[in-house]
Design a binder for this molecule. Sequence first.
Ligand code: GDP
Ligand code: MG
Length: 798
Amino acid sequence: MILSELQTGEKAVIVRVNGHGSFRKRLIEMGFITGKEVRVVLNAPLKDPIEYEIIGYKISLRREEARQIEVVTEQEAREALVSDEHLQALPGDLADKERLDKALAHVAEERHHNIRVALVGNPNCGKTSLFNIASGSHEHVGNYSGVTVDAKEGHFKYKDYEITLVDLPGTYSLSAYSPEELYVRKNLLDAMPDVVVNVVDASNIERNLYLTTQLIDMNLRVVMALNMYDELQHKGDKLDTKQLGYLLGMPVCPTVSRDGQGIPELFDTVLKIYEQSDPYLARHIHINHGTELEKSIKRLQTVLYGNEDIRSQYSTRYLAIKYLETDKDVERVLADIPELKALQQARAEEETRIRELLDTSAESAIVDAKYAFIQGALAETYEKYQEDRPRRTLTDKIDAVVTNQWAAFPIFVLLLWFIFWATFTIGQYPMDWIDAAVAWIGEKVGALMADGWVKDLIVDGVIAGVGSVLVFLPNIMILYFFISIMEDSGYMARAAFIVDKLMHRIGLHGKSFIPMVMGFGCNVPAIMATRSIESRKSRLVTIAIIPFMSCAGRLPIFVLFAGAFFPSSPATALLGIYLLGIVLAILSALILSKFVKDDDLPFVMELPPYRVPTAKATWRHTWEKGKQYLEKMATTILLFSVAIWLLGYFPRHEEATTAYQQEHSYIGMLGKAIEPVNEPLGFNWKMDVGLLAGIGAKELVISTMGVMYAQDGKEYEGLESEEDTQLQAALKSTVPTAAALAFMVFVLLYFPCIATFVAIKSETHSWWWAILLALYTILVAWLCAFATFRIGLLIWPV
Ligand code: GDP
Ligand code: MG
């Protein structure tokens, strides 16, 4: 009986919960577990939801949900007391209630041990052979497709279980194109087997896994029978079945159904999956269809999620994918739902968007994404004995070069070098224009206003502040332009693949590498780029170490100091600083990956075919990042640069020199206040003020110190002017070499800068994480600077 048919007041024991994964998980979390007793509190006809009591709690279930739960009623138990031999043998002196309880438990147990297993696979992968050998029946086994036209059922006993095995027709996919496909799908969704055995032809694995990806979408309980394993071994190919199982989220059992090898292990695994006795055996993964398609899927899924009937019957993700594929059968399923209009509109819009961006229909983009997933999974687990396959496709040919074991790294490094070069060389022009434009506007606005602090605020605080933000926009957009091309062309996936093994050693993934490299340009887009990392842990750790990648904003500081204090070998000093950042990043990754909560499950790195990126997609990605930068960062950066300006401007000391003003402003006072803290590092209060200003943006360190060190009220602007040497001279005469080096180390490591801080907050959705990282970097900076200073003193005594 099913739970929804129980009347008010009736009691029953749960046999099993059917339905797709996330639905079952939710019910099980509520307490609907096999063997538990459930009572109907109120089941009025036509009334939804129904109220139940289970393990002492009252819970409402919708009728549709209750239909997925199989139970044994007291009535059924009473009948069993009469008919079942086992129950007749109960001692006669048992009280009625006890007798009934025993009967309930017994029948529930017995039914729970009756399970349905469906065989699903491509034609000719050996389903019928497996069916025959397991069930002992002798269906005709043929070496051509189409023999199995209907489902065959066989029964057999395995351990304590009565297994009903269903041999379904062979299909290559679960689209709704052929009657076989529809039939299999209907069987999986309506007849609801307890466990699906996906039979896969190991000698033709790539094509066979396509069907597997669709089963993953459906969120069913699947065990893979990797059949024809003998042929794979015979060819000398190697397949890491365990790793493949991890990646796909399902157990993979090698079988040879011609002679029965591996069949007992297969059914042992089926039982484990059914009883969920081993939590590490299976997990539900999402096949990553790429950023754009995933957006579309999410959107449709959100619409579907509003419909509770649909939600309890199907995996909404599966329906969303199928609906996006314009699957006729799923369209029929969804034809009467109230959300249809919204759904149709969402699909039409998404279809247009995908066509514009990817230059193909959503349907074929989904197929491509699934193959990219398969390629990625196999690249990590499958090794052909001989690369006997001729290099047919363009993708194969390109891959032969860019993933070649000797050429891969040099090509990669060269590409990155080119991208950085282009970002900063080309970026210089718009940067200069923006600089000039901001200066011009400042001048014009200044001319219109009366002298006073309001004018200073508008011109030096707000306009200059906005300028300091805008000036990096070209860099960010150019960097993203190239990143987007690398990503859309399919190269990025290979790059991630190449470095994956290396990155694993520090507890990260291949996908962490690109954001880290981008960090040398600017930490902000680098942190935004971590979005492509699925694993939460890897993503958090990557975000945490990016600030150690010395960004371009820090470069002028190092150039200035290296020039002043290490005139004979500035490049070595610079390289040393960059290397120190990298070493600390690696150390931090090693340490942090021990502390961040582990969801470190392997995931597939998709290998999509190479494709020429569309102009539209490239532009859109580039602009999106630019917009994000402006929206999210600009507001905060502006706020902070105004704040820092205010701190330097007040309290006012009219008539005084700028340097005097700075020293006696709030920021000067703050610098003096923290002087004792940084004294062990050899810093003076002017350097401390520079560091404080650097919290706003690292670019401010030099200009602030320039002002601080200015004598006779003379100001130092930055690197461009010839007064640089004066600042350098001033530093040299007042700062010991060891302290200067310690200062470089501190600048490299401490508080990333407000924009990065905000980026961390918005990407991790947590102020805590951002604050924690800021504190962590400050601590590391202090400790390393301290060590540098002390060791430095031995080399360059004062
Ligand atoms: P179905 O279409 O999936 O039902 O596949 P069949 O069970 O009809 O098998 C197709 C062919 O593959 C038959 O000739 C089988 O003998 C052969 N076959 C099945 N399993 C294996 C296996 O594990 N190893 C080898 N070498 N051949 C197999
Ligand atoms: Mg068959």
